[in-house]
Design a protein around this ligand. Structure first.
Ligand code: HEM
Length: 409
């Protein structure tokens, strides 16, 4: 895990967007360096162009508190460090500013409200127990594909009321939709484009079906029966579908894989849950802090401004590294350690902050809580049995493979 800064040992050249840092799980040291030496740092040259890195918890909250200055708009290139341009630059409400953002967010919010969460809990628990009951004992398997992908894909299928037999299409579209390296790669970009066209075509059939029926509680029905989203144009439909699918899939998936890896490294914390399951609700935000499934969100300054006294020019790209803020020692002492008794775990920035704060946060927490509850009820302990493989990019922070074995305590 030791970080090798061979190529960029001068602070000015430090580029935390480099794919190798993420592939090799070597992000901790460069971010600690930014936090201590240059919390508002300019990288003049990267594969994604020049960008500012903001790493401190307070500075990230200050930027997110001013959406009128720090824009999320797709018109500037969107919310990831990669500028998504041309055909792939799709309107989606995470990448919109007020007032349009407000109208569209309001349409989908009820799908994640208390009533719907309660409705979904029973189905999620049923799908979770069905899957856990198929897992082998004393035999190595990949937690990512067998559990994390399957459960999150199932959760999304429930949210959309998506045909169950086709649910793995959601995984495929999510993987392509969230791959920001592919979006800027001339060879893979057309393949990504085709998958997203297929996705929109498939969903168009579902949109038509739901429009013909009376409104139901699922997300598609809510969208098609609303004023703000009922007659979205092709690009906006595609953009918002990617948002909802990637938003819910890659993120929750990696909070599940990350939890297993974290509890493996801090087994005393799992012992506490086994001894007292009432601690599970506190363990959920701490696991999400520890993993930080999205490393960053990006904003663009729409006027000359400043962050913590450093001037930022109009048009400059500002990257908010949640993953660094969630390891800031002055906010989370002993930050690298998973500590389910951490009093302020809920202050983590994994869900962002402000007007764009994750609309699906409660659903993600519910899914993780049910998973922990069902594992604790079975008195399982999951051991990581080989080297994990990591997603090789700086937006989705997660695992492509996590070999494990289950033991009973
Ligand atoms: C927004 C993270 C689960 C849907 C966001 C943002 C982050 C995030 C960082 C942007 C916040 C900002 O800009 O301030 C996560 C994490 C999750 C998760 C870490 C799991 C652990 C979900 C789920 C869904 C979802 C389950 C629903 C299917 C969305 C949507 C937005 C969003 C639609 C845009 C909100 C807006 O612009 O107003 N999420 N998310 N997310 N998330 Fe999540």
């Amino acid at each position: 895990m030791a970080t090798q800064l061979q190529h960029d040992d001068s602070l000015a050249l430090l580029d935390v967007s480099r794919m190798e840092i993420w592939r090799d799980d070597a992000w901790r040291a460069p971010f600690q360096r930014l936090l201590t030496e240059a919390p508002v740092h300019y990288c003049a040259d990267s594969i994604f162009g020049p960008y500012w890195s903001i790493t401190r918890h307070a500075d990230i909250m200050a930027v997110e508190a001013h959406p009128e200055i720090f824009s999320s708009s797709y018109e500037y290139g969107g919310i990831t460090i990669a500028d998504i341009l041309g055909d792939m630059n799709l309107p989606q409400f995470i990448a919109m500013d007020r007032p349009k953002h407000t109208g569209q967010r309001r349409v989908v919010s009820p799908a994640f409200g208390p009533a719907e969460i309660t409705r979904m809990a029973a189905s999620i628990r049923q799908r979770t127990t069905e899957l856990l009951d198929t897992l082998p004992f004393g035999k190595e398997f990949d937690w990512v594909d067998t559990v994390s992908v399957e459960l999150t894909t199932g959760m999304l299928a429930i949210l959309f009321d998506f045909p169950w037999q086709d649910r793995r299409l959601l995984t495929l579209w999510s993987d392509w939709g969230g791959d920001i390296e592919a979006a800027v790669d001339p060879v893979r970009a057309p393949i990504r484009h085709q998958h997203l066209l297929d996705m929109t075509e498939y969903f168009d059939r579902l949109f038509a079906e739901r429009k013909a029926r009376a409104p139901t509680g699922d997300l598609i029905s809510m969208m098609v029966h609303s004023d703000a989203m009922g007659d979205m144009k092709f690009k906006e439909r595609t953009g918002n579908l990617i948002l909802l699918i990637v938003g819910g899939n890659d993120t929750t998936r990696n909070s599940m894989s990350g939890s297993i890896h974290a509890f493996h490294q801090y087994p005393d914390q799992w012992d506490k849950l086994l001894a007292d399951p009432s601690l599970i609700p506190a363990a959920v935000p701490e696991a999400i802090r520890w993993q930080t499934p999205l490393s960053h969100m990006r904003r663009t300054a729409n006027q000359d401004t400043e962050i913590a006294g450093t001037p930022i020019a109009k048009g400059e790209k500002v990257v908010l590294w949640y993953i660094a803020a969630n390891r800031e020692e002055s906010v989370f002492p002993g930050a690298e350690r998973l500590d389910i008794s951490r009093a302020n775990a809920r202050r983590h920035l994994s869900f962002g902050f402000g007007i764009h704060r994750c609309v699906g946060a409660r659903l993600a927490e519910l899914q993780l809580q049910i998973l922990f509850e069902e594992m604790v009820a079975r008195k399982w302990r999951v051991r990581v049995t080989g080297e994990p493989a990591y997603v090789p990019q700086s937006f989705v922070h997660g695992y492509t493979r996590l070999p494990v074995m289950i033991d009973r305590s």
